[in-house]
Design a protein around this ligand. Structure first.
Ligand code: BTN
Length: 241
């Protein structure tokens, strides 16, 4: 896959969309050492100083279940951090990567839709790697972490990124072969919220037990009245009770 490398960009997501618009490539990766306007889900800012992984992977829509691609990407990051940094990384629905209850990375996946059908998937990956606690803004110090904070040493960013890409390619192959259950199984093993009481924050709030995720990537929430409902990631924020 072609790689477009930058020292500094506003957002690798934005660059990826421009490359697609200009028809320069169909499947590629954009990486940057830092971002001045990186963004996450719900339009939140993604703090992006030098020392992190900021990558956008663009894939052509493929045959198979596209709904699990952001979970696949989160699992790809989890596995890479575990292997290379020897850190016990977990995931949190919908697609956060968590270490010691703090967020170490996140995924945002967007799609280019043409005539009702997805044509390209734009998968944004942010991981805090060589970022010290003092480099995190004060409001994130309790909520976020990095591989440096957790392991006490620096890592080779390229090595982690290559491993993430390798893992993601493997998970994508599973989706192409309709082996979604393998991804779901792995997700269930590593998601910190499954089985726990959570608060889903939308226009209104719902409390319930996070029971499972399904092949649409939706969370199955067992409400306090016993009813089970599907929760879709785009709509909500989630807090562990
Ligand atoms: C989230 O947890 O809300 C997702 C964060 C995704 C951040 C990455 S960093 C690389 C890519 N470029 C962006 O502007 N955002 C994503």
């Amino acid at each position: 896959m072609k790689i477009f490398k930058f020292n500094e960009v506003e957002s690798t997501q934005k660059i990826a969309k421009n490359i697609l618009k200009e028809n320069l490539s169909e499947e590629f990766i954009v990486i940057a050492e830092k971002q001045t306007n990186g963004y996450g889900r719900h339009g939140r800012k993604w703090h992006s100083p030098k020392g992190g992984i900021y990558a956008t992977i663009v894939l052509k829509a493929f045959k198979g279940n596209l709904n699990l691609i952001s979970q696949a990407a989160a699992l790809a990051v989890r596995k890479a951090i575990n292997r290379i940094c020897q850190i016990n990384a977990k995931v949190k629905w919908p697609n956060d990567i968590i270490v010691n209850n703090r967020k170490i990375g996140g995924i945002i996946s967007e799609a280019i839709i043409v005539g009702n059908k997805p044509k390209h998937l734009i998968i944004g990956i942010g991981v805090n790697v060589n970022i010290g606690r003092e480099q995190l803004p004060p409001e994130l110090r309790e909520k976020a972490t990095s591989t440096l904070i957790e392991a006490g040493r620096n890592f080779n960013i390229e090595e982690i990124l290559n491993e993430i890409i390798r893992n993601l390619v493997e998970y994508k192959k599973l989706l192409e072969k309709n082996r979604d259950s393998k991804i779901l199984k792995e997700w269930r093993r590593h998601d910190i919220i499954l089985g726990r009481k959570v608060r889903i924050i939308n226009k209104k709030e719902i409390v319930g037990y996070a029971n499972d995720i399904n092949c649409n990537g939706a969370l199955i929430l067992k409400c306090l009245d016993g009813k089970e409902i599907e929760i879709y990631a785009e709509e909500v924020k989630i807090k562990i009770e």
